[in-house]
Each structure stands twice: as structure tokens, then as C-alpha cells.
Design a protein around this ligand. Structure first.
Ligand code: SF4
Length: 749
């Protein structure tokens, strides 16, 4: 008689993207039978996207590294963890001894914030390195949000989030939540959430140079010329004042600044900004009136708004629009989540300009420099030059501007170590790769995205599988790296208190830290010196496998403000003064924002697809199957003018590089624009990503230019890079620039 199969169900939050969907994983013994959305998850309510299956693919991926590797020329050899840790410590310290602490740089990729172990333990390692050359994916797409929050609300993590579930009017600029399920806005199942706005007689308005998946379900879509969102926002604010629609709540918090905002937006009337934006003045005026007249409204701007030369100013103006219409910190407007572990309380508020990058003088923000300067800091000789790099869960060769130059720079480093599960376009340059355990093998509590969610919830995910034999978790890797550096450097905490602190810290596991964070949090068992019966602990979350619902977003000002005077700083000088640059760029000498260079007569914008996640997961066969998605979109008029047809292979060229890829002719993009998805460009020599290398695509960052940044935040200005598109006369089989090689620097070979 056959033994009856017994299935069991594992509940967890998906940690692949910002949406943190609740999953139910059905098991049959040790086999995964199905991955479904958890209908009882209080945040995602059953939503799931096709990427969730990739959790299983990643766990089983034959390309995934499971042992530390050391490179010897073109060969990779397995080494023990002990050998690997020792070598990393010796090499990093040797370089710092000879060239100074800043000679070692750190880059932390996007998956860092999806991993509580890395978030809790990597900072101590980075502190031990003591370098000012710290970089992360934050300056690829989100630093403007943090800069605006820091200057207006006093803390880089006090970030307003759209109260999607209660708003009556949502203005979405440069964002496609239908593909992302929200970014800097954790909103799983956004389709239902947007539909619900419409069902309660509200409106969804989208502004984007492309007819996106989100704009297709919106009530209104306005095409806008890339890089001109700052003008549209100024035109909207001008209209609010002109039409007497400014009605901020909590006036005492901002009173002094309202007049200043009135003065600075006065020159930007809709008639003046309309020609550059491509949206006519009447439509701008109507947009402002509709927004201000709605019972509640929220403006949300994301990638397309942040990744441009005025990214910080755009995010500041969005906050002003929400504030001056009375929609900041009220139901249906832009609200501040109250997460169960309140990272705002445990992280420093931020800093600006304490130091600057060596070569171009870009200011530090919150201890980081813009990743756009990384390659020049490696390639430019002189004191303070970066000679070694530590990367964690990142692939900046594909995801940061001018990836080709960075690729070349990495090849010239004296030493590189990567904490990563893949041998990819970036880690191929490493001397050592330290692969951690992956998602299904780790416990998880989302420290970052509960704090950006459209509803207050909390969920803990225990590991489903043990790590493969001999594997280490991220947090164990970073803790051990820090210990080895500390002990080789001979740094010892001075004094009894410091020694006790270290002894306690060493006994702390992620579970203990998370439990402590929950107990001390706003719903925790400890309220000051008192105990709150029924308050949250880790045990509470372990008992509630679907997660705990902590209710809708709730008003939290002025308590949430970290400014010195506990007021909203509506008009920070740095941002107000940036309006001079706006005038200079768009109106001085009547210079148009469109490329004047006859050669580069189109503007490049990116895009994202539901089935891909930045520069990784393209080696999940289920996600890359189907028609090629790495295509260039071009308006029919632009295609006709160049004699191009749908399906042609074209060359897209910018001042820094060129790529070849298939063309899609579509009226879904505004004339004058070409759109290429980000995250592609696999297949470089020395990488080990079987499926991805079979579907390499072209890297948009072979075209983007590291000199184009938002000078305030240092964020890369990917949006609106001048390019040209021509027929490709000699198509390559690999549709990316073919001149990159891991063999460019003899020092590594
Ligand atoms: S939307 Fe994001 S969090 Fe949700 S299932 Fe997909 S990848 Fe996972």
C-alpha cells in the first residue's frame, strides 16, 4: 500500500520586491507543490505576481553559488569559509594600511533592503571599514525621496505614502505601480486598489511619457516630455495660488513658509510651462483644480520623477502639493506609516554634505556618495583613489549609469569581494565571492517595506528549508567579516561599558533583535516603563502566520517630525534655490529641454515589466519565456522618419555607448522618446547565468551617462538621456554592445 502523501502549508512574505505579498507555499514532504497568494494576509489579501514562483527557482537554481569561490585567472576554485574570511580581512586591511581607509569602497545593492539579516548586520561591518566611499542602489532611483524627507520632515525615513485605500483622487507621475505593485509605496494588488478608487467615484490620473499598464486603467493619462515634471509641478502649484485653492491643514506647522512658496512658484504659470512639458495649459490648470477640489487627494511620483536632473526638487514639490491642498497626514492623502518595528527611531536622521566625492565633489548624503561617481573614483589616480571594493547583493555593471565604464573600472581594482549568490556581470570581477543562504532558507521580517506600506501590518516569516550544508546566512557572513577585521586591526572597545555593549551585541541574533524591536515598537509590550498586555512580540507574529493587521494609516504629525523646531520645513533653502537652475535650464536663452544636438534627437526613458526585477531573476526560465521583452519602443512618426519598421534590429546610441536590440513601433510612447527596459544586458564573458545568458537583452546602462545626476541628491538622471536610433546594418547575435570583456585589465588575469 502506498504511503499517503501529507501536504503542509508554509506561510511567508515574498521578499523579492517591495510589495511583500503574503504567500502560502504548499508542500508535499520536502517538495514545493504550489505557491499561492495568501487571502488572509492583511496587506496583500491574496495578491501574488508571477515572480513569486522565482522563490523556488532561486532556491533550486543550478546557477546559484553555494560555496565561497576564489578566482585564479579565469578559473574559480572553492575555498573554505575560514580561508575566505581570512583572505578578505588580510587584503582589505593591507590596502587600507597602505592607502588609507577610503581606499576600500562598499556597494550595497537593492536586495539588501529585502533581507533583514543584511540590514541588521552589514552596518557594523561597514562601520568597521571606516570608509567614506560608501555607495548603494539608493542613489540609482530613490535618494530624492530621502533628501526631500530629510530637509522637510527632519529624517530621511519619514516618508509620506499614498493612502490609496481611502483616497478619492490619485495623481501618479512617472510611476507604473501596475508593474511594480508600488515602489516607495508598498501596495500589493494595486490593480484592485486603484479600481476601488474608481468604484467609490474617485479618479486616477497618470502623467507619463509612455502609455503604461497603469495609465490603461486610469481615468486620465497625460503624455509628458521626459525630464519636465518639475515644470508641471510648478504649474500645478502656481494654479493653486492663482485660483485660491491653497488650504493647508495644521497651518501653524508651516505658516511661515507658505508665502515664500507662493513667491517662488509665481513665475511658473501654466502658459509658460506648457510648451516644454507637452501638456497644454488648460489641462494643467484643470489637473490642479481637480486635485484641490477632490474630497481627498494624493500625488505620488516615483522612478520617472526621481531619476532626472531635478529629482529632489520634484519630490519636494510633490510633498508641497500634498501639503498645500490639506492632504498631508490625513486619511486619503499622503500619510506616514506606523510600522511595528519603527526604524525611524533606530536610525540617524541623516546628514548632508559632511564630505564630498574626491573627483567631482558630489556631496555625501546620509553617509553615502552617489554611485554615479564610483567608476571615476576607481579610475582617477591620486590620493584617496578607490583600490578595493566590497559588493553585497548588487550588480551595478547593469544597474548603474554608464555600466561599461564601471565594468572597466572594476577590472582594474587591486581587490574585490562580493557577497552574492551569482557569478554575474559585476561579481565576475571579484577575487572572492561569498554566497549566502537564500530567501526560503532564511527567517524574514521586512524592516524596510512595512515602513512604506499603505496599511499598517506586521508579518514574520520563518525559514522553510535549512540552508544547504556548510552555507552561511548573510548576517553570519557580515558578523564574521566584522570580527576578523576588528581582531586583525586590534581594535578593542575601551572601557567597561563599551566592552559590555560588545558582549551583548555578540550574543544578539536577528531573531532576538527583531523581538526587541517589536517589544520596543509602537505596538510592543513595553511602553516606556510599563508593560502593555497583548502587545506585540516575535511570539505574537509566530502565532499569526498570515500576519497581524494594525489598522489603516493614521495621522501622526507633529509627533513624526524630527526637525529641530518640530515644524514642517516647507521651503528648505537648498531646494528653493534649485528653482534658479530650473529657470536656467528651461527658460534662459530660450533653451528647450529637448536635445539640441542634431545627432541625439530622441530622449531615452526606461521601463519595467511585471516579470522582471531589476538586473536579476532573468535566469528564472518561467519569467523570461515568451516574446522578447528587451525591445526599444518608438513612436510610429519617429520610426517612419528614420525608415524603420516594427521588428527591425536597431542601434540606439548615446554620447557614452551603443546597444542593439529589436524595435517595437508603438503609439504607446510620446513622439521624440525611445523606451528601453532596465536590468538586461547579460551574457558577458565569465558570467554563469544559463537562462539569462540565453536571453541576454541589452543594458540600458550602456547608454546612460554617469555625468548626468540630480546635483542635490546625486541620484542618477537616467530619464531623458539624449540618444539616436538608426537601422542596424550589422546585427549581432547578442544584442548588447560587444566590446566589453572581463579581460580588459591584465592585473586581474
Ligand atoms: S508583487 Fe513582489 S512581493 Fe508580490 S509576489 Fe510579486 S515579487 Fe513577490
Amino acid at each position: 500500500m502506498d504511503t499517503p502523501h501529507r501536504s503542509r502549508f508554509h506561510h511567508r512574505a515574498c521578499n523579492l520586491c517591495e510589495a511583500i505579498c503574503g504567500l502560502v507555499i504548499e508542500m508535499d514532504g520536502d517538495d514545493i507543490v504550489a505557491i499561492r497568494g495568501d487571502e488572509h494576509d492583511p496587506l496583500s489579501r491574496g495578491h501574488i505576481c508571477p515572480k513569486a514562483v522565482a522563490l523556488q527557482d532561486i532556491w533550486q537554481d543550478p546557477d546559484r553559488l553555494r560555496r565561497p569561490l576564489r578566482r585564479d585567472g579565469d578559473r574559480w576554485d572553492e575555498v573554505t569559509w575560514d580561508e575566505a574570511f581570512d583572505e578578505v580581512a588580510v587584503r582589505l586591511l593591507d590596502i587600507q594600511d597602505r592607502h588609507g581607509r577610503d581606499a576600500v569602497a562598499v556597494y550595497q545593492g537593492n536586495p539588501t533592503v529585502h533581507n533583514s539579516g543584511t540590514m541588521l548586520y552589514a552596518p557594523a561591518f561597514v562601520r568597521e571599514l571606516g570608509t567614506r566611499n560608501r555607495f548603494s542602489a539608493s542613489s540609482v532611483d530613490q535618494q530624492p525621496h530621502h533628501v526631500a524627507a530629510y530637509f522637510m520632515f527632519g529624517h530621511l525615513l519619514v516618508l509620506p505614502v499614498p493612502d490609496v485605500d481611502r483616497t478619492q483622487h490619485m495623481l501618479i507621475m512617472g510611476a507604473n505601480p501596475m508593474a511594480s505593485n508600488g515602489s516607495m509605496m508598498t501596495a500589493p494588488g494595486i490593480r484592485q486598489r486603484l479600481r476601488a478608487i474608481q468604484k467609490r467615484d474617485g479618479r486616477v490620473v497618470v502623467v507619463d511619457p509612455r502609455r503604461t499598464e497603469t495609465s490603461r486603467i486610469a481615468d486620465e493619462h497625460h503624455f509628458i516630455r521626459p525630464g519636465t515634471d518639475v515644470l508641471l509641478l510648478l504649474g500645478l502649484l502656481h494654479t493653486l495660488f492663482a485660483e485660491d485653492l491653497v488650504r493647508p491643514r495644521d497651518l501653524p506647522l508651516i505658516a511661515a513658509d507658505v508665502q515664500r512658496i507662493r513667491d517662488v512658484v509665481r513665475p511658473f504659470d501654466p502658459e509658460r510651462v506648457a510648451p516644454a512639458t507637452g501638456i497644454d495649459a488648460a489641462a494643467i490648470r484643470a489637473m490642479a483644480i481637480d486635485f484641490a477640489s477632490a474630497p481627498s487627494a494624493v500625488c505620488y511620483g516615483r522612478i520617472g520623477v526621481s531619476t532626472q536632473a531635478f529629482g529632489s526638487t520634484c519630490q519636494w514639490l510633490i510633498n508641497i502639493l500634498n501639503t498645500l491642498t490639506g492632504n498631508l497626514d490625513r486619511p486619503g492623502g499622503a500619510m506616514f506609516p506606523t510600522p511595528a518595528i519603527d526604524t525611524v527611531r533606530h536610525i540617524r536622521p541623516g546628514s548632508y554634505g559632511r564630505w564630498a566625492s574626491r573627483v567631482r565633489g558630489a556631496p555625501e548624503f546620509a553617509g553615502e556618495l552617489p554611485v554615479a561617481v564610483l567608476s571615476e573614483e576607481i579610475l582617477t589616480p591620486g590620493e584617496g583613489q578607490i583600490r578595493a571594493l566590497v559588493t553585497s547583493a548588487g550588480n551595478p555593471v547593469l544597474s548603474t549609469p554608464d555600466g561599461r565604464t564601471l565594468d572597466r573600472a572594476l577590472a582594474g581594482l587591486d581587490f574585490m569581494v562580493s557577497v552574492d549568490i551569482y557569478l554575474n556581470e559585476t561579481t565576475r570581477h571579484a577575487d572572492l565571492i561569498l554566497p549566502p543562504a537564500v530567501g526560503l532558507e532564511t527567517d524574514h521580517y521586512d524592516l524596510a517595506f512595512h515602513a512604506l506600506a499603505v496599511r499598517n501590518t506586521a508579518k514574520y516569516s520563518p525559514a522553510l528549508f535549512p540552508p544547504s550544508p556548510g552555507a552561511m546566512h548573510d548576517w553570519e557572513i557580515f558578523r564574521e567579516l566584522q570580527r576578523r577585521l576588528e581582531s586583525r586591526r586590534g581594535t578593542r572597545p575601551r572601557g567597561l561599558k563599551a566592552r559590555m555593549r560588545r558582549a551583548v551585541a555578540r550574543r544578539m541574533t536577528p531573531r532576538r533583535l527583531l523581538d526587541l524591536g517589536l517589544r520596543l515598537g509602537p505596538y510592543g509590550v513595553w511602553r516606556g516603563r510599563f508593560l502593555r498586555p497583548g502587545g506585540l512580540t516575535l511570539a505574537t507574529l509566530e502565532r499569526n502566520r498570515h500576519g497581524v493587521d494594525l489598522g489603516p494609516l493614521r495621522p501622526s504629525l507633529p509627533g513624526r517630525l524630527y526637525t529641530d523646531d518640530h515644524k514642517i520645513h516647507l521651503a528648505p533653502n537648498l531646494l528653493v534655490e534649485d528653482l534658479g537652475r530650473v529657470t536656467q535650464t528651461f527658460f534662459a536663452n530660450r533653451v528647450s529641454p529637448s536635445p539640441t544636438d542634431e545627432e541625439f534627437d530622441l530622449l531615452l526613458v526606461g521601463r519595467r515589466h511585471l516579470r522582471s526585477n531589476n538586473s536579476w531573476m532573468h535566469n528564472a526560465a518561467l519569467l523570461v519565456k515568451g516574446n522578447p521583452r528587451c525591445t526599444a519602443l518608438l513612436h510610429p512618426g519617429d520610426a517612419q522618419a528614420r525608415g524603420l519598421d516594427d521588428g527591425d534590429t536597431v542601434e540606439v546610441r548615446s554620447a557614452v555607448g551603443a546597444v542593439q536590440l529589436p524595435l517595437e513601433v508603438t503609439s504607446d510612447v510620446i513622439a521624440g522618446v525611445v523606451s528601453i527596459p532596465h536590468g538586461w544586458g547579460h551574457g558577458l564573458p565569465g558570467t554563469r547565468l544559463r537562462t539569462a545568458n540565453a536571453h541576454p537583452g541589452a543594458s540600458i546602462n550602456d547608454l546612460t551617462d554617469a555625468s548626468r545626476i540630480d546635483p542635490i541628491s546625486g541620484n542618477a538622471a537616467f530619464c531623458g538621456v539624449p540618444v539616436c536610433v538608426t537601422a542596424c546594418t550589422t546585427p549581432t547575435t547578442t544584442p548588447t554592445t560587444g566590446d566589453r570583456s572581463s579581460h580588459e585589465n591584465p592585473g586581474h588575469q
